[in-house]
Design a protein around this ligand. Structure first.
Ligand code: BGC
Length: 380
């Protein structure tokens, strides 16, 4: 009898242990909900992707935008590490591109004009005479179709947008797919694909503003940044590249070794002034050969959060949130001060259509534009 009783308790104990364990082993998960409606009645959906570790990303179909990203600190405490607005209206009215996919041409095209095969196309100018992030109605401000996918790597969302011929002045109808995957290894992987019906230009990027402290009352000035780039493309007063490629050595733009973002940000250096008091530069990444390699990393000493950026792109725009000025009231009613977030936008160099010696941005019918960028999160 005693033996039977012991056996019974042993069985109950082991079953409880098994269930308790399987309770903590979560499956990747995707949930869809209505996020809001645009003025014309169009519905915008939010997809919540969760991985097996408990990390989470929320993406809305407006602008294929990452509205929140929850990652753990060194004590396992989760926090949202990207800036954003509280609701759809914020994303519609905002001019910061929080979390969005930017295109057809990320960053700037001088004089908002391109010439292809002798024909000049006037594009939508939205920053003085120049084009920024695709023009007045870029990919950040359209509603994408979304298809959730459960891949072996994790939860995934494939977003599709068909940009009509002539959209923002660009030739060719362009079909774009952007697939976000939140891997079970705490990576946010972004894969881009685009095709066109006529010869055109393309340069797509992702515009999250990261604040690894998880508390946007803090700036990013104490975070340590490293960029694997020996040179950058200097800009003029209008942020348009001069066409030169200059070495970062001996300048406050040198992040070849990890350095606190705030350590030289106020140095008396003309480029920092042109960039509205801070960093807003395209870095010419080392070892460009079309393959994915490590481009940059950021470490927040206060929380131990560590982000690595991998990409197959030739450049990366490091922007230190210089235009945030406390008038942007973001999630939870927090006013974002200057330097509250940082962007690391993997891309082709700005204004490449005017710089024939730079890696080309032309896409022809029958070709497929592809891009992969991975933001990997861990702690140290
Ligand atoms: C640009 C900044 C611009 C910002 C818009 C960045 O990619 O480089 O100059 O102000 O986007 O929020």
């Amino acid at each position: 009898m005693k033996k039977l009783l012991l056996l019974f308790f042993a069985l109950v104990f082991s079953l409880t242990a098994i269930f308790a364990q399987s309770g903590t082993l979560e499956k990747p998960m995707i949930q869809k909900s209505l996020y809001g409606k645009l003025k014309d009645g169009k519905e915008v959906y939010e997809y919540r992707l969760k991985n097996s570790k408990g990390a989470e990303v929320n993406i809305i179909t407006y602008g294929a935008t990452v509205v929140s990203l929850n990652m753990p600190d060194k004590n396992g405490k989760y926090a949202d590490i990207v800036l954003g607005w509280d609701n759809l209206q914020g994303y519609v009215n905002g001019t910061t591109y929080f979390g969005a996919i930017v295109g057809r041409y990320a960053n700037r095209i001088g004089k908002a004009e391109i010439t292809l095969n002798g024909k000049t196309y006037k594009l939508s100018a939205n920053e003085g005479e120049n084009l920024l992030h695709g023009g007045k109605a870029g990919f950040n401000s359209v509603v994408w179709d979304a298809e959730p996918l459960t891949l072996k790597e994790g939860a995934s969302l494939k977003l599709t947008y068909v940009s009509p011929d002539g959209d923002q002045g660009f030739p060719g109808a362009m079909t774009v797919h952007v697939t976000y995957t939140l891997t079970n290894n705490n990576e946010l992987e972004i894969r881009y694909e685009a095709t066109t019906t006529k010869e055109t230009v393309v340069n797509l990027s992702h515009h999250s503003y990261f604040n690894l402290s998880g508390d946007p009352h803090n700036t990013i000035l104490n975070e340590l940044l490293k960029i694997n780039a020996n040179s950058f493309t200097p800009i003029d007063k209008e942020f348009i590249p001069t066409g030169k490629i200059e070495k970062v050595a001996g300048t406050p733009l040198d992040f070849r070794k990890p350095a606190a973002i705030g350590s030289r940000i106020n140095d008396d250096f003309e480029q920092l002034k042109f960039a509205h008091g801070g960093y807003d530069f395209n870095y010419v990444l080392n070892n460009y050969n079309g393959k994915v390699r490590e481009a940059a990393d950021v470490y927040d000493p206060s929380t131990g959060r560590y982000m690595q950026v991998f990409t197959d792109q030739p450049g990366i725009q490091f922007y230190s949130g210089n235009f945030l000025d406390g008038t942007q009231i973001g999630k939870d009613g927090i006013a974002y001060q200057k330097h509250t977030g940082l962007c690391l936008e993997a891309q082709h160099y700005p204004d490449s259509p005017h710089e024939p010696k730079w890696p080309p941005v032309i896409l022809k019918p029958g070709q497929v534009y592809r891009q992969t960028t991975i933001y990997k999160f861990s702690t140290k």
